[in-house]
Write a protein that binds this ligand. Sequence first.
Ligand code: ATP
Ligand code: MG
Length: 409
Amino acid sequence: MRLKNTFIKTLREAPKDELAKNGALLTRAGYIHKEMAGVYDYLPLGLRVIENIKNIIREELNAIGCEEVLMSTLQNPEPWEKTGRFSDQEVDIWFKTKLASGGELGLAPTHEEPMVNMLKTYISSYKDLPLYVYQFQTKFRNELRAKSGVMRGREFLMKDLYSFHVSEADLDNFYEKVEDAYARIFDRLGIGDCTYKTFASGGIFSKYSHEYQTLLDVGEDTIYYNKDHSLVFNKEVFNDEVLAEFGAKREDFEETNAAETGNIFKLMFKYSEPLGLKFSDEENHMQTVYMGCYGMGVSRLMGVIAEKFADNKGLIWPKSVAPFQIYLVGIGEEGTKRAEEFYNEHADKILFDDRDVRPGEKFADSELMGIPYRVVISDKTLADGVAEVVERASGETSKISLDKLSDLL
Ligand code: ATP
Ligand code: MG
């Protein structure tokens, strides 16, 4: 991408009401635009980050046999009424709207009900199972507070996966596969070493559900972890009874803040029973489908990664999610010409700062935007047949010969 051709501009200041570091930095660096509290637009750079996160998740889920769909945002109240969840008393974050012809609709805060309802058309026999269906979808939630930038939106992007099984054993088996896939996803996103599978409340028969908590100073959740991080509990479940169950002592745990980036639940019959999702087994007996659900906050992940790795100069993206690998600057006539040539060979991975501004301004913007490598080709570096490369994360400078530059990609 050529910076001159985009409408993107870095901003000296973030909106006054943007209190979160991730929101302020992403705004100043030209990744997002704030519409109002908890509602953001994703600009070309931000969209590339979102797509990179989605692709990592997609690859790992497809590898365990999941099928991608895209379901509707507008919700027919009917299936939700069957589980009692259309009620504002039961679910207090609904956005609802009215049809011109009369009647109420909801904007989906999650998709268990429509997913189960849809699959009633396609599941009738044990031969139709198991099924693993997921989507990347915009969810709407009337959150009371939205002060954490893109980490808590009123409109946000979630990956939601639902699994359908003939038995609890099959559900258990798939649940473990998702745990492994989640571990690979967090590793690839660059936050594997600071994201822990955490015991949380809300399990149906298994007592616990699991959350994936990423260590973060400003995270909204409080978690407790032991020395080797083999046991991590959410605040809701961290009590004497649970400690006794795991044979653990309170003094072995430390408290810290974290952000919930994903979660996984064994739902069992919670939704399939009230919605009547059944299959006929090998003996032709009707049975209720076993279910699991597995969420991940795509836009929250972007916020968490932005927040976690930033320094006083700006964002620092892990290479796997960075919108571009190289921020390219050409200085002087020959330097600019050679930069153009390098850009044209790898335009999809390079952000070429071809604006008519001082190099100092370009350098500052490259740091604010957090692109992994800044490459400068100038008449001076060309005299030695090299380009100057600065790695954003470490700040290390090196010289690389021009024919080796593409190794950075
Ligand atoms: P939280 O406790 O943070 O409100 P939740 O338990 O309501 O999360 P789920 O309904 O299970 O979350 O949603 C799945 C995932 O979607 C969460 O793990 C989180 O990463 C993300 N998520 C939830 N609410 C929001 C939000 N308002 N904005 C951005 N991401 C969110
Ligand atoms: Mg919530």
